[in-house]
Design a protein around this ligand. Structure first.
Ligand SMILES: NC(=O)C1=CN([C@@H]2O[C@H](COP(=O)(O)OP(=O)(O)OC[C@H]3O[C@@H](n4cnc5c(N)ncnc54)[C@H](O)[C@@H]3O)[C@@H](O)[C@H]2O)C=CC1
Ligand SMILES: O=C([O-])CC(=O)C(=O)O
Length: 336
């Protein structure tokens, strides 16, 4: 049995992501939880003739009743994906979402700590730089934190990097891999264009404009949607790609699966400590290798160009602030 759970399943990302997970034949059970409309989405997807049995759950109507919906959705989970929370409107930063989304993510993480602490957890809700540490701190408070199984999803940055560089290099964008490290907001997004595969030599101007476009790709969509939210469809594809990598490594035992994700650097002491020595942070989006039980290796940062090194230096203070804000939010929460 491979149970996938989506928390925030009725939203702009949640619905297409649920569809893509329903089409993933490794999944045998798909549990959809949201505060609205999840039974409807589940009924709709349930008519698709793929193996996964789909169920939808809501929280209780009465204010202080136990949340059996969340409990039943989470129990027995193999992988949990969280796109619950509000998206940006034009003029907002991802950090502006902290006020609302931090509490949503904290409460869902508390449910995970209680009902499915051994699952793989993928965080999409923004600001990812802070929400990932929030989940880790909740799990730590319940003594169930496994850094090898917690992932801030930054795959959309890699998807964009493949698309945008393909437009210039002429390579098929499906074959292009660009590591994008650091974090998931503006200047904390660090595309390592010198490490592009297949290799390509960009001009200085191309590096400047591609870097800027990858860093602010999210804003491009927010602007185009003009108040109706942020990236949903491309995010669903990116989330499904990352979830599939986890499923291939953990269920099918495919070895040395390589992705990039925003992780706690304790997930691999060796590689993690090397990055820590450079950046002085506990969380960083890095190239990782996946195995049956999660992260097996974090690749250190090596041979950065002077330009990439300047991007890294510019990212660190904001990333530190985002991480500290998430950690403090849980440390100072006396209810937990
Ligand atoms: N990591 C990434 O690369 C990306 C992250 N995002 C983020 O994903 C989040 C979701 O975006 P959208 O799907 O566009 O928003 P949306 O508003 O369309 O959907 C969010 C869903 O979460 C649900 N929700 C709210 N509170 C909840 C709770 N306590 N428990 C369960 N569900 C709850 C809502 O009912 C709604 O269905 C946003 O924070 C957005 O910034 C968006 C794009 C890319
Ligand atoms: O820009 C946003 O707010 C949503 C997001 O994280 C992205 O599209 O990368």
């Amino acid at each position: 049995m491979v149970k996938a759970v989506i928390l925030g399943a009725a939203g702009g990302i949640g619905q297409p992501l649920s569809l893509l997970l329903k089409l993933n034949e490794t999944v045998t059970e798909l549990a959809l939880y949201d505060i609205v409309n999840s039974p409807g989405v589940a009924a709709d997807l349930g008519h698709i003739n793929t193996p996964a049995k789909v169920t939808g759950y809501l929280p209780p109507k009465e204010k202080n009743a136990p949340n059996d919906g969340l409990k039943n959705a989470l129990t027995g989970a193999h992988i949990i994906i969280i796109p619950a929370g509000v998206p940006r409107k034009p003029g907002m930063t991802r950090d502006d979402l902290f006020k609302i989304n931090a509490g949503i993510v904290r409460d869902l993480a508390t449910g995970i700590a209680q009902y499915s602490p051994k699952a793989f957890i993928l965080i999409i809700s923004n600001p990812v730089n802070s929400t990932t540490p929030i989940v880790a701190e909740v799990l730590k408070k319940h003594n169930v934190f496994d850094p090898k199984k917690l992932f801030g999803v930054t795959t959309l940055d890699l998807v964009r990097a493949s698309t945008f560089t393909g437009e210039i290099s002429g390579h098929d964008s499906r074959d292009i891999r660009v590591p994008v490290v650091g974090g998931h907001s503006g200047i904390t997004i660090i595309p390592l264009l010198s490490k592009i595969s297949p290799s390509y030599s960009f001009s200085k101007e191309q590096i400047d404009s591609l870097t800027n476009r990858i860093q602010y790709g999210g804003d491009e969509v927010v602007k185009a949607k003009d108040g109706a939210g942020s990236a949903t469809l491309s995010m669903a594809q990116a989330g499904a790609r990352f979830a599939d990598a986890i499923l291939k490594a953990s269920v099918k035992g495919e070895a040395r699966l390589i992705e990039v994700s925003y992780v706690h650097l304790d997930a691999d002491k060796d590689g993690g400590d090397k990055i820590r020595a450079t950046v002085g942070l506990d969380y960083f989006s890095s190239t990782i290798e996946l195995g049956t039980n999660g992260i097996t290796k974090i690749h250190p940062l090596e041979n950065l160009t002077a330009f990439e090194d300047s991007l890294l230096k510019a990212a660190i203070p904001e990333l530190r602030e985002n991480i500290n804000k998430g950690v403090a939010f849980i440390k100072e929460d006396s209810k937990l």
